[in-house]
Write a protein of this length. Structure first.
Ligand code: ADP
Length: 162
């Protein structure tokens, strides 16, 4: 049985992530969306909020599950026994970052391979930071994220402005 892990911060999950998970779920028997606990980024949502939104998004795919993790991605990949790490690629700058990460992870653990799926054309521009930037100014992100993520963003920015 093929098992892969799709790690990320998912702050928050958007249609670009969901598309990668959907396509990975067609290629592999089991996909584990793994939500970083504390990446070196300033995050809007707490880990449990990011996990809950990702769970809601993935509930439509029977062979996709969501877990949170902390520490090294390769260590977690080994712990849960996946065959490979799946990542998404949008623009050229992603490639450089993903290339370096894949090589570093492979140096840490030769048994873990990284596979990259190219974004679907309509999601090329989509990133969690773009979604957050637009939402923080009250812009419409309904074409970029599911309704429950849109609501969570509105709630978050309302609370932050209090
Ligand atoms: P990270 O902090 O690890 O980059 P993200 O949540 O930003 O976490 O992204 C997780 C993965 O999803 C990364 O491989 C990223 O390249 C990919 N990804 C993000 N947005 C898109 C998109 N619009 N299309 C395809 N892949 C994407």
């Amino acid at each position: 049985m093929s098992r892969v892990m799709f790690p990320g911060s998912f702050d928050p999950i958007h249609y670009g992530h969901i598309d990668i998970a959907r396509r990975a779920a067609k290629l592999f028997d089991q996909v584990i969306v793994a939500v970083y606990d504390k990446p070196l980024k300033s995050l809007l949502f707490m880990p449990e909020e990011r996990i809950a939104l990702a769970q809601q998004a993935m509930s439509q795919f029977p062979n996709v599950s969501v877990v949170g993790y902390s520490g090294l991605t390769v260590s977690f990949a080994k712990e849960i026994g996946v065959d490979a790490i799946v990542r998404g690629l949008r623009v050229f700058s992603d490639f450089e970052y993903e290339f370096r990460m894949a090589l570093a992870n492979n140096r840490l653990d030769k048994s873990i391979d990284t596979l990259a799926l190219i974004t679907s054309e309509e999601n090329t521009f989509l990133s969690s930071s773009t979604v957050k930037e637009i939402a923080s100014y009250g812009g419409d992100v309904s074409s970029m994220v599911p309704d429950y993520v849109n609501e969570a963003l509105k709630r978050k920015y309302r609370n932050l402005s209090k």
